[in-house]
Ligand binder design. Structure first.
Ligand code: NAG
Ligand code: NAG
Ligand code: NAG
Ligand code: NAG
Length: 366
C-alpha cells in the first residue's frame, strides 16, 4: 500500500501497544455496542480506513467491515457496531520474526489481546513482503494465518480474519504465497486489484492502475486454483497515478522514467499516488480533460505542472469501477472494497457530494 499509510501504521501500533489491556471499560453509549459483531451479510463491503474523521460521511448502509489502519478510534468502533459493521485490526509483522513458532504464537496472542481490549471484531493481515516459493517464510506465513484464525475465532466469537493478496496469485511482486492454503485458513482474501503496473515488463509507459481485462482475468486465476469465490473480496482503487512524461508521443503515449521494482525494469513507482479528491480537482484544469481508454477501460488525462512538465494521470472513477463491480455478481464473489475510503471529497460542496455518492454507489455495479 502507500508509504503514507506505512507511517500511520507504525505510529498506530506503537501507541496501541502501550494501551492494550483486556479489562478496559466500554467507551460506547451502551455496553451492547462493545459486543463483537456476528453474522454475515450477503455482500461484504470491506473498507480500509486510514484515520481522521471522514468515516462519519461513509455510506454506512453499505459498510460491513472497516479495517482500521489509522490510530485506534473508539468512536469509530462504537459507530460501526451501531450499524452492524465489524472493525478489524491491522496485522503486519516481519516474516523473519514469525518463522520461529514461539515467536509466532506470541505475536498472535498479542494481536488477539489488543483486538479484544479495543472491542474489535477480527484482524486484517497485511503482509506485503516478498516470499520465495518453498521457503521457511512461505510455510510460516501459512501457519500464521491458520493459527491467527483459530485463536481469533476461539477468543472473539463471530470474528473475521482476512488476508490481503496481490491482484494475481502468480508471484506478483515476488509474493509467492501458498494462496490455496491461506484461503482455506482464513475467512476471506482481500484481492488488491490495483498497483497492477508495479512490474512493467513491456514498454515503459503510463498505463491504468487496474486495467479491466487484466483485473478480471486474475480473478479467474484465483478461481482456477479452486479457491471458493465466497472467499474473495474485490479491492478497487480510489486513487490513481500521476506520471511525469519524459516524452509524450503524438498518439498520447506517455513514456515514464525507468524505476525498477522486484525484478522488473520499470514500475508505477515512477508515478505518484493521488487521491480521487485531488484527481477531481485537477481534471478540470487539465489540457485534455477526461479521456477514456477503451482497451483498458479506464479514464486518464494530461496536465501541465507549474514547472512546465507534461503529466499523465490514470485513475478509476464510477464508470471504470462499476464495470469491475459487475464481475463481483457475475463470478459470485464475497464482496467488494476499496483502498481507501478516506480519500474522497467529503466536503459539503454539491459537486463533491455527488461525486462521492457516485463512487460509493459504483461498488454495486453499473
Ligand atoms: C522474535 O520477535 C522479535 C520481535 O517481536 C524479534 O526481535 C526477534 O528477532 C524474533 N526472534 C526470532 C527467533 O525470530
Ligand atoms: C518521443 O517519441 C517519439 C515517437 O512518438 C520519438 O520519435 C522520439 O524519438 C521520442 N523522443 C525521445 C526523446 O525519446
Ligand atoms: C469541473 O467541471 C465540471 C464540468 O464542467 C463541473 O460540473 C464541475 O463543477 C467542476 N468541478 C470542480 C471541482 O470544479
Ligand atoms: C447509500 O447506499 C445505499 C445502498 O447502495 C443507497 O441506496 C443510498 O442511496 C446511498 N446513499 C447515498 C447518500 O448515496
Amino acid at each position: 500500500m502507500s508509504v503514507l499509510v506505512t507511517v500511520i501504521g507504525l505510529l498506530c501500533c506503537s501507541v496501541l501497544a502501550a494501551s492494550g489491556h483486556s479489562s478496559s471499560p466500554c467507551p460506547c453509549e451502551t455496553p451492547q455496542l462493545c459486543q463483537p459483531v456476528s453474522g454475515r451479510r450477503d455482500l461484504e463491503v470491506f473498507v480500509f480506513d486510514v484515520g481522521g474523521k471522514t468515516w462519519k460521511s461513509y455510506n454506512w448502509s453499505q459498510v460491513t467491515t472497516v479495517a482500521a489502519f489509522g490510530k485506534y478510534d473508539p468512536e469509530l468502533m462504537c459507530y460501526a457496531h451501531s450499524h452492524g459493521a465489524r472493525v478489524v485490526l491491522k496485522g503486519d509483522v516481519p516474516l523473519s520474526h514469525i518463522v520461529d513458532p514461539h515467536n509466532r504464537t506470541a505475536w498472535i496472542m498479542e494481536q488477539m489481546k489488543l483486538a479484544k481490549s479495543q472491542f474489535m471484531d477480527g484482524i486484517n493481515i497485511d503482509v506485503e513482503q516478498a516470499v520465495e516459493d518453498g521457503s521457511p517464510e512461505q510455510l510460516a506465513l501459512t501457519a500464521l494465518v491458520k493459527e491467527t484464525t483459530d485463536v481469533f475465532h476461539r477468543e472473539i466469537p463471530g470474528s473475521q480474519v482476512s488476508f490481503d493478496v496481490a491482484w494475481s496469485p502468480k508471484c506478483i511482486d515476488k509474493r509467492c504465497y501458498d494462496y490455496v492454503a491461506i484461503a482455506d485458513s482464513c475467512d476471506l482474501l482481500f484481492v488488491m486489484s490495483y498497483d497492477e503496473q508495479s512490474q512493467i515488463m513491456g514498454d515503459c509507459i503510463a498505463m491504468a492502475n487496474a486495467p479491466f481485462s487484466q483485473t478480471l482475468n486474475a480473478y479467474d486465476q484465483y478461481l482456477d486454483l479452486k479457491i471458493d469465490p465466497k472467499k474473495l473480496v474485490m479491492g478497487v482503487p480510489w486513487y490513481g497515478y500521476d506520471y511525469q512524461c519524459i516524452n509524450l508521443s503524438k498518439e498520447g503515449i506517455c513514456s515514464i522514467e525507468k524505476v525498477p521494482f522486484r525484478g522488473a525494469p520499470c514500475s508505477d513507482a515512477a508515478g505518484k499516488q493521488k487521491t480521487y479528491k485531488w484527481i477531481m480537482k485537477t481534471v478540470n484544469s487539465s489540457t485534455t480533460h477526461r479521456q477514456w481508454d477503451e482497451k483498458q477501460k479506464a479514464p486518464y488525462f494530461n496536465y501541465m505542472s507549474q514547472d512546465g512538465q507534461t503529466h499523465q494521470v490514470w485513475y478509476d472513477d464510477p464508470q471504470s469501477i462499476c464495470l469491475k463491480a459487475e464481475a463481483v455478481k457475475a463470478k459470485g464473489l464475497r464482496g467488494i472494497g476499496m483502498w481507501n475510503a478516506n480519500i474522497l471529497d467529503y466536503s459539503d460542496e454539491p459537486v463533491a457530494k455527488l461525486q462521492t455518492a457516485m463512487m460509493w454507489n459504483a461498488l454495486f455495479g453499473c
